[in-house]
Structure formats: C-alpha cells, structure tokens
Design a protein around this ligand. Structure first.
Ligand code: AMP
Ligand code: ZN
Length: 149
C-alpha cells in the first residue's frame, strides 16, 4: 500500500505552504506553518497549520500536532498577549472540524485569536446547560472503558 501524500496539490493551504499562493508568513518549523488570517477577527489573528494535508485533527500524525501548541505559545508571546492590560488581555485557540462545526478550509488549522477587548475576536455562542451528574458519570465511564481497550 502506498503511503499518503503529505501535501495535496488542490488544497489552498498546501499551496500556501509550498509558496504557490502568497501569504503573510510569521513563523515556520519543520512541521508547521503560521500566517495571518486574511479575514481577521482581531489584529494579529494567526492560523497555524501542519505541513501535512488532512481535513480533520484525527487525520494528522502526532509529531505534526506536537509542534503546534509550543509554536502557538511563541506566537502568543510575540503578539504580547501574555501581558495583562487594564481591560484584560486574553486569546482563544480555535480548531474547527467539519462544515457543521464551522470549518470552511479542509486542511487542519488552529486559529490564534487575540481578545484585547469585548468587540474583537471570538464571541461566546454555545448552548451550555447544567448537567445531570448520573448522565455525566455514565459518559465518563463509557469513555474510560473504550480508552482502556
Ligand atoms: P475555518 O472556518 O476554521 O475553516 O477558518 C478558515 C479561515 O481561513 C478563515 O478565517 C479564513 O479567513 C481563512 N483563510 C481562507 N483562505 C485564506 C488565505 N488564502 N490566507 C489566509 N487566510 C485564509
Ligand atoms: Zn492541505
């Protein structure tokens, strides 16, 4: 069986990695490529992508994924987001998988989204509700069993 291609000739983010499409690159390692999002939700909205084509997180080998959070940490510091401000400085790391989960580019990407004030960046929008403890226990037990197998 042939091994999967690492990059996909028709993928827009693979083309960015190969330099076939321009991007505002900010950082690169053997495993990842980081560049400015072209439709930023905040100044310094960055996309961090593995140099391996795969649509969803579970398609990406561990060594590529292992590179991404340390790179994200470096980018946080380069953006100055580790420094508290009077308004409060924060950031979100967002990674969408599947159209239903708001993914529009089918090459895994992690958004690093600065949040320096209420107007910029990510807004909260999820249907949190109080859980039933018995139901939570059942879900956890099922998962623990599956993960032990
Ligand atoms: P998602 O909804 O998680 O799939 O986000 C895809 C992101 O990719 C969006 O925020 C787009 O603005 C961004 N994007 C799409 N094409 C480009 C491009 N050529 N250069 C930079 N960012 C892009
Ligand atoms: Zn790709």
């Amino acid at each position: 069986m042939s091994s999967p291609a690492i990059l996909d000739a028709s993928c827009i983010f693979c083309k960015i990695i190969k330099g076939e499409i321009p991007s505002f690159k900010v950082y690169e390692t053997k495993y990842s490529y980081s560049f400015l999002d072209i439709e930023p939700t905040a100044e310094g909205h960055i996309l961090i992508i593995p140099k391996y084509h795969g649509a969803k997180l579970h398609n990406i080998p561990d060594e590529y994924l292992a590179d991404i959070l340390p790179v994200t940490k470096k980018l946080v510091k380069a953006l100055g987001l580790e420094i508290e401000s009077p308004e409060g400085t924060g950031y979100n790391v967002l990674q969408n998988n599947g159209r239903i989960a708001h993914q529009f580019v089918d090459h895994v990407h992690f958004h690093l989204i600065p949040k320096r004030n209420a107007e910029e960046g990510l807004y909260e929008g999820w249907p949190a509700k109080k859980a039933d403890m018995g139901e939570l226990k059942k879900i956890a037990d099922d998962l623990v069993k599956k993960l032990d197998e």
